[in-house]
Design a protein around this ligand. Structure first.
Ligand SMILES: C=C(O[C@@H]1C=C(C(=O)O)C=C[C@H]1O)C(=O)O
Length: 116
């Protein structure tokens, strides 16, 4: 995280205004991403509990492969680098699978699955 940046201290007021306007939008987008990710994790936690109860494996590579194909295509249409979109999805899925493994362990050890 950058805490200070002397390079933008004495900038032209019009440039400063444009920078602030763009950064306001970036902050709104970052907030939306966080909220959307939180909702996604709420869903995946429920999937994890369902899988654990029915002794299904935490990961589903066939489903992941379909998601990656779909996301790459969405990214291309949106002019976003598809390789970046794929890496981003894989990063999230890896975390979800870790959650599912933990939920499965807890469930099979007789501990109540965490609610969130
Ligand atoms: C959420 C699931 O579990 C895992 C996580 C996925 C995801 O985060 O989208 C997709 C497939 C699974 O490997 C699922 O099976 O749907």
């Amino acid at each position: 995280m950058t805490t200070s940046n002397p390079g933008t201290g004495s900038v032209d007021p019009d440039v400063r205004q444009e920078l602030d306007r763009l950064r306001d939008s970036i902050d709104n987008i970052d907030a939306a991403v966080v909220h959307m990710l939180a909702e996604r994790f709420k869903c995946t936690q429920q999937v994890g509990r369902l899988k654990a109860l029915h002794k299904l494996p935490p990961a589903d590579p066939a489903r992941e492969s379909r998601q990656i194909d779909r996301l790459r295509s969405l990214a291309e249409n949106a002019k976003l680098d598809p390789a970046f979109a794929e890496k981003f999805l894989n990063f999230i899925i890896a975390e979800v699978i870790r959650h599912h493994e933990r939920i499965a362990e807890d469930t099979h050890n007789g501990q109540p699955a965490q609610q969130d």
